[in-house]
Design a protein around this ligand. Structure first.
Ligand SMILES: Nc1ncnc2c1ncn2[C@@H]1O[C@H](COP(=O)(O)OP(=O)(O)OP(=O)(O)O)[C@@H](O)[C@H]1O
Ligand SMILES: [Mg+2]
Length: 156
């Protein structure tokens, strides 16, 4: 689709949250993982801010470029029937080698079904991502405030 504004991109993110929250969990699967691809300024962080807001996380959702990731709790107060406890925001722009992510406890994070894991610049760790990862491609549009956003989602 084509998003014409920042707020439209964030609304799209909140729709994805609704879809994820209503999908019934399968036994023994890991985290819900969303990989966001696209150039600088294409809207990945903007989308994640809308996503986190829809999960009740209102503050501190900024690019974790230098610290690699941030972990935000999901309020059980707002989502009593939710199976999720935390949303992780990774920005792998500065990651040089894929195995560096393992030292951050990545395997444990993606194996926990209570986690939602959002990853900017995911290409470098593609080999560690499961098949059910939702891939979203972001690109610039013709106008300055247009962004192309395409989902590649086999199953949630
Ligand atoms: N339709 C749109 N959707 C999203 N962002 C938009 C849109 N139009 C303009 N923008 C602007 O584009 C910028 C997108 O920046 P953002 O940090 O989200 O990009 P990014 O993909 O995370 O970049 P980086 O790779 O540097 O992390 C913001 O300043 C935002 O206001
Ligand atoms: Mg970003």
């Amino acid at each position: 689709m084509v998003s014409k504004s920042k707020s439209q991109t964030q609304k799209l993110a909140s729709k994805l949250v609704k879809q994820i929250l209503k999908t019934s969990p399968e036994p023994k699967r890991g985290a819900t993982i969303i990989a966001l691809q696209g150039n600088l300024g294409s809207g990945k962080t903007t989308f994640i801010q809308g996503f986190c807001k829809a999960l009740g996380v209102k503050h501190g959702v900024t690019s974790p470029t230098f610290i690699i990731f941030r972990k935000h709790p999901i309020s059980r107060f707002h989502f009593l029937d939710s199976r999720f406890s935390h949303v992780y925001h990774f920005d792998l722009y500065r990651l040089r080698k894929s195995k560096e992510i393992l030292a951050l406890g990545f395997k444990k994070i993606i194996n926990n079904p209570e986690n939602i894991v959002l990853i900017e610049w995911p290409e470098v760790i593609k080999k560690f991502l499961p098949k059910n990862t939702v891939w979203i491609k972001f690109g610039h549009g013709k106008k300055q405030s247009e962004r192309k956003i395409d989902f590649f989602q086999k199953k949630l």
